[in-house]
Design a protein around this ligand. Structure first.
Ligand SMILES: [Mn+2]
Length: 427
């Protein structure tokens, strides 16, 4: 990330909102993500834990946030513990985080060095035995190793300590995006769209998939994105039938389409875009028919993304449209569709994933499916069709903000129509 766009007030507000929904008489202990070893003594590029970033804005490891919510009398307390760099670290990594800088980023009312955490927790846990933590499922041990180690130590020392799941509370907060978050997501979408427009015209027969992926990445980083929001997918021809194809090891052939599913990360916020284009710059008649038909489904689906709609119902409606679309393409007849058992509808052969997921700090952001779409929520709209018999896979995906008046397409300016795509590719 090249520039900070989220204000200290945003992080302070997030902590306040979390305190509001914590049960009285509880504490929350949330650790920064640890560095993750890649091989030998080398680490993966550091990425902060999304919850920890949301609550503090800090982008370094070895920090812990503690929130205390008293039972009745007494004040709510927050303290952010920060890693104190040693002299050697300063020499090798030039880290210059200090308490004042951390306060400016996070707007935390109280800060301390990490070596004071143990004493702080030891004085409060006997009183606040109910502790919200990022732990919960077995997998959480892998993704929240730092939290796990800390809580194991505390549980041994204070057997009365009882862990509660923080995740459902964070989901409630993170589902609805603030204006600042939406701005960050718009920037992520703009960078993503810019990269597509820059790269698509340079696709040509014989190009390797990894070369297209490299061009997308280069455009992201050139524009100042911090990272890919997820491993990009560049899948030519029948590789597009593999939903998460990431090996990028084929050469694009002139008669094929190439499916791109890619997104930049900006201030830790994700964009998620899919486009499918002809390698030669011209759709064949069949490819165009399937593509434009799917685009029709996309427009109809997007229009349904309004407040009050449940994701389940939305997807169901899209699947009904999908069935009509498939019948129109001759993949099966309406009689066959009616005859199929309810548990195995025919559309599922050609469309086997959901239409939508929440997007935010995580490309698949936490979301409670029992809650209807509300203004401020952001979702993907990604209808697709996969026809194994024809070696054809097409996905179209934009990021949609649920607005007061209806859906707001954050990727509205990234070309979609077959004619527009051809024009862009042959410019
Ligand atoms: Mn997606």
């Amino acid at each position: 990330m090249k520039a900070r766009s989220l204000s200290p007030g945003f992080f302070r507000q997030n902590r306040r909102r979390l305190l509001e929904i914590m049960e009285p008489g509880t504490m929350a202990v949330i650790c920064a993500a640890g560095p993750k070893l890649r091989n030998g003594d080398q680490h993966y590029t550091y990425r902060q834990d999304s919850d920890f970033f949301y609550l503090t804005g800090m982008e370094i490891p070895d920090c812990t946030l503690v929130l205390l919510k008293p039972g009745s009398a007494g004040h709510e307390t927050e303290r952010l513990f920060i890693h104190q760099p040693s002299e050697t670290e300063g020499l090798w990594e030039g880290r210059a985080m200090d308490l004042e800088k951390a306060r400016l980023i996070s707007a935390a009312a109280s800060l301390a060095w990490m070596d004071e955490l143990d004493e702080f927790l030891s004085s409060y846990i006997p009183v606040f035995t109910e502790v919200y933590s990022s732990l919960g499922t077995a997998d959480d041990v892998l993704t929240h190793l730092v939290d796990y180690r800390l809580m194991e130590v505390m549980k041994q020392r204070f057997p009365s300590l009882h862990l509660r799941k923080l995740a459902p509370l964070m989901t409630r907060l993170r589902m609805r995006k603030s204006d600042e978050e939406i701005l960050a997501m718009r920037t992520a979408c703009d960078i993503t769209g810019g990269a597509f427009k820059r790269v698509v015209g340079r696709i040509e027969p014989g190009m390797w998939e990894y070369q297209i992926a490299a061009k997308l990445g280069a455009a992201f980083f050139h524009a100042g994105a911090g990272a890919h929001a997820f491993e990009p997918i560049v899948a030519s021809g029948k590789n597009a039938l593999v939903l998460h194809y990431i090996s990028h090891s084929s050469r694009c052939q002139k008669d094929e389409l190439v499916l791109l599913d890619f997104g930049a990360e900006w201030n830790n916020y994700a964009a998620d875009c899919s486009r499918t284009v002809p390698v030669s710059g011209r759709f064949s008649a069949r490819q165009r028919k399937v593509y434009q038909g799917l685009l029709g489904v996309f427009y109809q689906a997007r229009a349904l993304m309004t407040r009050g709609t449940l994701m389940r119902d939305f997807h169901h409606q899209v699947c009904e449209m999908m069935e009509d679309f498939h019948i129109g393409l001759g993949l099966y007849t309406s009689v066959e569709a009616k005859r199929a058992p309810e548990t195995a509808p025919l559309w599922k052969r050609y469309y086997m994933h959901g239409t939508s997921h929440s997007i935010g700090l995580d490309v698949h952001d936490p979301f409670d499916r029992s809650i209807a779409f509300e203004p401020g929520m952001v979702f993907s709209c990604e209808p697709a069709i996969y026809i194994p018999e024809e070696g054809l896979g097409i996905r179209i995906e934009n990021d949609i903000l649920i607005g007061e008046e209806g859906p707001i397409d954050l990727m509205d300016d990234i070309p979609l129509d077959a004619d527009e795509l051809e024009a862009l590719m042959n410019a």
